[in-house]
Design a protein around this ligand. Structure first.
Ligand SMILES: [Fe+2]
Ligand SMILES: [Fe+2]
Length: 269
């Protein structure tokens, strides 16, 4: 049984800074790594960790180096895709030692396990907050899915193609996604679309597949469903997703942190 972890939107900033003047995102990522390492005996073994974009806030070399340093204590291999806060050329350079990092073009890759394939897609658009999948990326997706032969598959993009009701995020979601929907919906096997970007745990259908948006490891986008609600963050607890194959793809939400328990429900029986 393959098990993977998805973490999202760490938004690492330069040393000595707080994201948006409010959030110590480095501490949040460090807490997430610590939580994963501590929980491994109960939730593992984990085959790989995937980071669904916005690794950094400004896409600088210093931030990527800091991200890698914060991930160093993680006792698991990991791969990343870019988000709108990333710079794909700087990111490519900073992960040039990783065999899965493409040397040119969009940062797309596929990771193969016994009973699962994970396809990472680059939805970033230079100098823009919204997402878009290029023809090259859609072609990579089609070719990879065809080769999968119905094997359970997770497709990962930073930007979700669904509407969440949070106005300020919906205007910067994955645009022009009709062909993307058709490609995913035509897959003959179990398929899940997983995203980041909204920093909240949200599930909705996208064509014939389930779209799962992962929470951020740090701050959340404020839960405000009013029309034209202001663009705000809230310092809610971070979290991550654990996806596992149980014939189908089952997804668990795990909060970052160390909480009291476990306690036996009925210790005297
Ligand atoms: Fe983000
Ligand atoms: Fe984002």
């Amino acid at each position: 049984m393959t098990r993977i972890i998805q973490i999202s939107d760490p938004h690492i900033v330069p040393y000595g800074q707080m994201a948006y003047g409010q959030v110590d995102t480095a501490e949040a990522l460090s807490n997430c790594v610590e939580t994963i390492n501590r929980c491994l005996p109960e939730i593992g073994p984990i085959d790989m960790v995937f980071v669904s974009g916005d690794l950094t806030d400004f896409g600088t070399v210093e931030e990527y180096e800091r991200f890698r340093a914060l991930m160093e204590p993680l006792n698991l291999a990991y791969r990343v895709i870019p988000g709108n806060h990333d710079n794909i050329e700087v990111m490519r350079e900073c992960f040039a030692d990783q065999p899965w990092m493409p040397t040119v073009g969009p940062i797309n890759w596929d990771a193969h396990f016994d009973d699962l394939v994970v396809i990472g897609l680059d939805s970033s658009v230079a100098e823009a907050a919204h997402g878009h999948l290029s023809d090259e990326t859609l072609s990579f997706l089609s070719t990879t899915l065809e080769a999968n032969g119905g094997k359970p598959t997770i497709v990962m993009t930073h930007h979700p193609p669904i509407l969440t009701g949070i106005d300020k995020m919906d205007i910067q979601n994955l645009r022009y996604s009709k062909e993307f929907k058709a490609i995913l919906s035509s897959y003959t096997g179990e398929l899940r679309l997983t995203c980041g970007h909204v920093h909240r745990n949200i599930v909705a259908p996208f064509g014939d597949v389930i779209c799962q948006i992962a929470p951020g490891v740090s701050h959340a986008v404020t839960m405000d469903l009013r029309e034209a609600a202001p663009n705000c963050l809230t310092k809610e607890p971070g979290g991550f997703m654990l996806h596992e194959i149980r014939g189908v793809i089952t997804s668990h939400y795990v909060p970052v942190g160390d909480y009291p328990g476990p306690y036996l429900f009925y210790p005297d029986t």
